[in-house]
Design a protein around this ligand. Structure first.
Ligand code: C2E
Ligand code: MG
Ligand code: MG
Ligand code: MG
Length: 276
């Protein structure tokens, strides 16, 4: 009895596994067409200072799949990375962000805003990455000093020197760098000293329980202190309530990003009709 039940269960899991593999294979195929079919778009989440003034935004990628609806980046970015299509998609994201920066630079209200763009390590490792970014900046005439590239700690795991050279080359174009999800990856203080970073982004997992968990509050407080010592800007992501904001400000963090202030939304729509 138990044995046959076990067998049926195994069979059931097999089918479920098969279905998951089938879905993934389908997504892999569809992702190749997504750019051409104009299914990809950017949403923007604003960043504010301690007075609530908007200081910048982060561009976040969305995929509206014709059958599945919105697919989250946590699901399709890893597929894009495996498929190499990440290079094409990543350059499209940078180019679209640059067009937004141009539009902002032509309006009175938004000229001072910076725009952050996520760059996956795979993209950064492409031999022509620096050259392609340079081309995009020239073509769009975007203000390079407003373009902030968000990289993660995993970028620095191997071949430090090559990465450092590329970062220096990009910085010479005017671009700045934020270290995203700080503290969640392979952390080493040596790269903080060696790499030309401009901003640390405190990961939302620490911000989430900064008031209830002493480890998280210790990590956040030391990250803020570290940023000040190294003369880096620091911003907290995933700020959802006033208590978190107050704690962060009290501890020396003056820039915030999170649902408390802004939900990621397309440019032409208000925050109410967002696709978070
Ligand atoms: P991330 O760069 O750390 O982006 C922050 C994520 O937190 C976003 O999720 C955002 O929607 C979400 N978020 C913002 N405020 C809050 C909040 O108050 N509470 C909570 N719980 N979440 C908040 P999203 O848009 O789903 O993006 C997930 C990740 O996908 C990003 O994490 C980034 O690593 C990656 N990603 C997004 N767009 C791109 C892109 O254009 N290129 C690449 N390579 N990766 C991207
Ligand atoms: Mg980010
Ligand atoms: Mg982040
Ligand atoms: Mg994150």
């Amino acid at each position: 009895q138990a044995k046959s039940l076990g067998r049926n269960m195994a069979c059931f899991f097999d089918l479920e596994m098969q279905e998951r593999i089938r879905q993934r294979t389908q997504l892999e195929k569809d992702l190749g067409q997504a750019l051409g079919n104009e299914e990809l778009f950017l949403v923007y989440q604003y960043q504010v200072d301690e007075f609530g003034k908007t200081i910048g935004a982060e561009a976040l990628l969305r995929w509206r799949h014709p059958l599945r609806g919105l697919v989250p980046p946590s699901e399709f970015i890893p597929i894009a990375e495996q498929q190499q299509v990440i290079h094409q998609i990543g350059l499209w994201v940078i180019e679209t962000a640059c067009q937004t920066l141009v539009a902002w630079s032509q309006s009175d209200m938004w000229t001072t805003l910076s725009l952050s763009v996520n760059v996956s390590p795979k993209q950064f490792h492409a031999p022509d990455f620096v050259q392609r970014v340079d081309e995009i900046l020239r073509r769009t005439k975007a203000p390079a000093n407003k373009l902030k590239l968000e990289v993660t700690e995993s970028l620095f795991m191997d071949d430090h020197e090559d990465i450092r050279q590329r970062m220096i080359a990009l910085k010479s174009l005017g671009v700045t760098f934020a270290l995203d999800d700080f503290g969640t990856g392979y952390s080493s203080f040596s790269y903080l000293k060696r790499l030309p970073l401009d901003q640390l982004k405190i990961d939302q997992s620490f911000v989430r329980d900064v008031l209830d968990n002493s480890t998280s509050s210790a990590i956040v407080a030391s990250t803020i202190a570290l940023a000040h010592t190294l003369e880096l800007d620091v911003i907290a992501e995933g700020v959802e309530n006033e208590a978190q904001r107050a704690w962060l400000l009290e501890n020396g963090c003056h820039c915030f990003q999170g649902y408390l202030f802004s939900i990621p939304a397309p440019l032409d729509q208000g925050p109410e009709t967002s696709c978070a």
